[in-house]
Ligand binder design. Structure first.
Ligand SMILES: [Mn+2]
Length: 324
């Protein structure tokens, strides 16, 4: 297996294949899909053929229009010949959902920035210090001697803004990140237009759903941890699948004294996905990992079976060593 930071090894590997199946995680976000789209554009410029796959769903408003570029199933002919599967923004193979099985026989490249997960894949390009996977795609394109097309820059910037909360999550000492953004702007990106794409277009009911989740929240550990939840009937009554997670976490994380946030979401009866955010040094990626999930130090997720209160109790207990 290659050194995970060896970009030349990755770029050279592209020469060994003609066809590329580019996959990402299920419930894709802007970073995942933009990485796939920008990489596909670049490989096509190199004369390669690409197939974009995603298990979906494309619920978030900023990615809704992209569903047409992706397929959720592969045929046998897609996987024949000199074909490389590439998985972006994905910390473990099962995060791709049903696609994992379909690409399992192919040589595999992983391009990712998550801190936890399995070491899978034959070619790995991993940088946990990168704020987004799209920045890794930019690095690959530029290291091969190319400049970003305007379309690639737009995808890369959107993915970057998705994962950084429009620059909010970037700490000090990362001038290279801003230099990379400067090159995106040189290629034609408009931060204002991207901000509207990411934050606009919400429905009234998505805001009412946010209201319910904010209203239910409870505080633990001397008000340092805040916990709330969303139930199936919320989505049914309000007829919305979009809860605008970024705004939701922003509201919770702006409460004075709150150091971590947990929001659990009922996916089906007795099955919950759990979103975790940290304002301090608590590594929520590690907590998520304990429950079979993954993510970053400051943002992570996992899923748990059981009734709501027991899921809440399990998650709260896992913060004990951070807060006592
Ligand atoms: Mn990402």
């Amino acid at each position: 297996m290659s050194n995970e930071k060896n970009i030349d090894f990755i770029i050279r590997a592209f020469d060994d294949f003609d066809n590329f199946i580019i996959a990402g995680h299920q419930e894709p976000d802007g970073d995942c899909l933009s990485s796939q789209l920008a990489l596909s554009s670049y490989l096509k410029r190199r004369g390669k053929s690409t197939k974009l796959v995603s298990a979906g769903p494309f619920n978030r408003p900023e990615i809704k229009n992209w569903e047409k570029y992706f397929t959720d199933t592969l045929t046998e002919s897609d996987c024949s010949g000199r074909t490389l599967a590439i998985v972006t923004d994905c910390s473990s193979p099962d995060r791709t959902g049903p696609l994992a099985e379909q690409i399992s026989g192919l040589p595999l490249m992983v391009i990712d920035h998550h801190s936890s997960g399995d070491k899978f894949g034959d070619y790995r390009y991993i940088d946990v210090n990168s704020p987004s996977t799209t920045l890794l795609i930019q690095r690959i394109i530029e290291s091969s001697g190319e400049v970003l097309t305007d379309e690639e820059a737009e995808f890369i910037f959107l993915g970057f803004c998705t994962d950084t909360g429009f620059f909010r999550h970037i700490g000090s000492g990362k001038p290279d990140v801003f230099q990379a953004v400067s090159r995106m702007v040189s290629a034609g990106v408009s931060p204002n237009a991207t901000h509207r794409v990411i934050t606009g277009g919400r429905t009234h009911n998505s805001r009412r759903l946010l209201g319910r989740i904010l209203d239910r929240s409870r505080l633990y550990y001397d008000e340092r941890l805040i916990v709330s939840w969303e139930v199936l009937t919320d989505r049914k009554e309000l007829d919305t699948l979009d809860r605008d997670s970024d705004s939701m976490y922003q509201m919770f994380q702006s409460i004075g004294g709150v150091e971590a946030v947990v929001v659990i979401r009922e996916e089906r009866e007795n099955f919950y996905t759990v979103g975790l955010r940290s304002n301090n040094n608590t590594d929520v990626g590690q907590i998520a990992k304990e429950f079979g999930g993954g993510g970053h130090q400051k943002a992570a997720g996992c899923s748990l079976a059981g009734d709501r209160e027991s899921v809440i109790i399990k998650i709260i207990s896992s913060f004990e060593r951070s807060f006592t």
